[in-house]
Design a protein around this ligand. Structure first.
Ligand code: NAD
Length: 503
């Protein structure tokens, strides 16, 4: 069976190989079968990657920024040329439909497009005449070696958020992808090499907690960017910071969609079908909670939602007509179904029950049918916790203030959306809600690459967001130079000041 191995400069095919002994299973979520094994590395594997990174990074940092940008341009071209293959590979391990996989890759590529302009972005600040004969200027310098630890749900976009910016500003970067769908990050690192990136600047190590701990403790890794679930994000943040590293750690989410009485309900239902159920709900910016304001809005919305959910097509990830595919593993399917049972036991009304769903011909696949639960209340644990599956919960609010308070008080604060035709309500909501990313009639408000991505509360630990200028800040340190060049004293003889001549 295929082994998905580490990608470490200089040791790829040597007999001593990069692999350590342990491996993990990688499934095909459509069939439920194991399709490959992934090497699970340890500190010894990481040390080899760090040594290669240390050898390569100074020359990369000294490469002028236009040349680094040219590698980004070429990388973008290569990824675009491989889009179909990459998307099918991604779907085969993750389970999302191929169109979603293309979106996953495309959103990551937009960060690479931002990185193509890195020479402009890296220009520092300058003050002439801060004092007599004194000028002050600042420059952004790379940190050295950075690492990224990524979740299963966006195996292209999130590695590209981190690697693009980290590398473009002059760092060496080591990625530790999710062990559940590790192939696409390896393929992306290979394409970076093909695009002209020197060996050692982008490497991949695989593993689980053992490898994550090795990364967090390694004295030569200056910064760690993490995306995953909140408890692990918190752990990574604390351990990394204790080891003296710069850490940004994005966590889980429970995003709310507020539906005001004046909203266009047909559009809201169309938006919810994609935002709650697309990618089987395995998106940190999914909308798994809808909050209709007023009983009348709730009744009208529910009446339209039920047939829309019935019309959703669940299929294998290569089914071009399917709205969504299987969830990532059997364990995750069991967890989602257990949350549906909990929600019912807590008093939620199970309007549409997706448990026990099977797809003909794919009975062992990890499919969960779309689920709608009404009369969910803030006391229920199924509301407080992230389900991360194709499950939509309705929490009814009596007025705008109650609707505003729900996402504001929730432990997570990643994204939120409001659906309304009232500009004042939307403006008030955006200003007052205690959440990091807000959509106004936009169900999944993922900011474009030149803005930044990051939630609040338990959705993010650390104070710097992903990509855009925040990403540049995270992956660089500022050096400020104060220079004094007093008048006169240019000297003579050997010390004479000579203006260079051309030619
Ligand atoms: P996860 O937390 O299980 O895994 C994330 C990474 O942590 C993986 O690389 C994994 O190998 C590693 N890991 C797992 N267990 C560990 C442990 N005990 N100690 C150290 N490291 C460990 O997350 P996941 O299931 O892969 O991804 C889904 C989660 O990620 C959801 O909670 C989702 O909301 C979140 N997410 C958040 C964002 C965001 O930007 N806020 C984006 C995408 C996903």
């Amino acid at each position: 069976m295929r082994l998905i191995d580490h990608l470490i400069a200089g040791s790829g095919s040597s007999p001593a190989g990069p692999s350590s002994g342990r491996t993990g299973e990688v499934f095909d979520p459509n069939s439920g079968a194991v399709q490959a094994h992934v090497a699970l590395g340890d500190a010894a594997v990481l040390n080899r990657a760090v040594e290669a990174a240390k050898a390569a990074q100074p020359a990369w940092a000294a490469t002028n920024p236009q040349r680094r940008a040219r590698v980004m341009f070429e990388f973008k071209r290569l990824v675009e040329a491989s889009m179909d293959d990459l998307a099918h590979l991604l779907s085969s391990e993750h389970g999302k439909v191929v169109a979603d996989s293309k979106g996953d890759i495309q959103r990551g590529l937009e960060v690479i497009e931002f990185c193509c302009g890195i020479p402009h972005v890296l220009k520092g600040e300058y003050t002439q005449g801060a004092g007599p004969g004194i000028d002050v200027y600042s420059m952004r310098q790379p940190l050295g070696i950075g690492a990224g630890i990524t979740p299963f749900n966006f195996p292209a976009m999130i590695p590209l958020w981190m690697s693009g910016v980290a590398i473009a500003v002059g760092n060496a970067f080591i990625i530790k992808p999710s062990e559940r769908d590790p192939s696409v990050p390896v393929r992306l690192a290979e394409l970076f090499l093909e695009a002209g990136l020197p060996a050692g600047i982008c490497q991949v190590v695989h593993g689980d907690k053992e490898m994550v701990d090795a990364i967090l403790d390694h004295p030569d890794i200056a910064a760690v960017s993490f995306v995953g679930s909140s408890d692990i994000a918190h752990y990574v943040y604390n351990r990394g910071v204790a080891a003296g590293k710069r850490v940004q750690a994005m966590g889980g989410a429970k995003n709310h969609g507020i539906v005001m009485p004046d909203a266009d309900l047909d559009q809201v239902v169309t938006d919810l079908a994609g935002a709650a159920f697309g990618s089987a709900g395995e998106r940190c910016m999914a909308l798994p909670v809808v909050v209709p304001v007023g009983e009348d809005t709730a009744e009208r919305l529910r009446e339209k939602l039920v047939p829309a959910i019935a019309a959703l097509r669940v299929g294998v990830s290569t089914d071009g007509e399917a709205h969504y595919g299987p969830v990532v593993t059997a364990a995750h399917k069991a967890k989602v179904e257990a949350w549906i049972a909990t929600a019912e036991a807590e008093g939620g009304e199970l309007v549409v029950d997706g448990r026990g769903f099977t797809l003909q011909g794919h009975e062992q696949g990890f499919f969960v049918g779309p689920t709608l639960i009404d009369h969910v209340t803030p006391e229920m644990t199924s509301y407080q916790e992230e389900i991360f599956g194709p499950v939509l919960q309705i929490v009814r609010a009596k007025d705008f203030e109650e609707a505003l308070s729900l996402p504001s008080k929730h432990q997570y604060g990643n994204g939120v959306a409001i659906f309304t035709r009232n500009g004042h309500a939307a403006r008030e909501f955006a200003a007052r809600v205690n959440v990091g990313m807000v959509g106004i009639n936009v169900p999944i408000p993922v900011p474009v690459a030149y803005h930044t991505f990051g939630g609040w509360k338990r959705s993010a630990f650390g104070d710097t967001n992903q990509h855009g200028m925040e990403g540049v800040k995270f992956w660089t340190k500022v050096k400020t130079v104060t220079a004094r060049w007093p008048d006169g004293g240019v000297g003579d003889g050997a010390n004479a000041f000579v203006i260079p001549t051309m030619g």
